[in-house]
Ligand binder design. Sequence first.
Ligand SMILES: [Zn+2]
Length: 108
Amino acid sequence: MRSLCRGCDRMFASLGGFEEHRIGSYGEAIYKPNDTKRKQSIGHTKHTRHCMSEEELVSAGFVSRQQIVPVVIEGISSKQERIVWYSATDLKRESLRGTSDEEEESDE
Ligand SMILES: [Zn+2]
């Protein structure tokens, strides 16, 4: 299942890769050290969630490929040439499966 990120407009070969490229914290609640039951937060860490830069993607093991991918625009299926980012996991999975240009459509 390819995933298009609305944040950085990059397309990922899998949902896993998509999730991997979003880094940083959503902003977590902070509690006093003696508040072991975490009843009352005293603040939040900064929201630092963001998309990796191209540099960060590459250093995280992502590889980009120019591909013709099926897209649906306003209900009409067509094909578009796009850069698709593969995570290290995607590449590993691909090499395990051998060469595969076959389309993989999931039900998600
Ligand atoms: Zn993104």
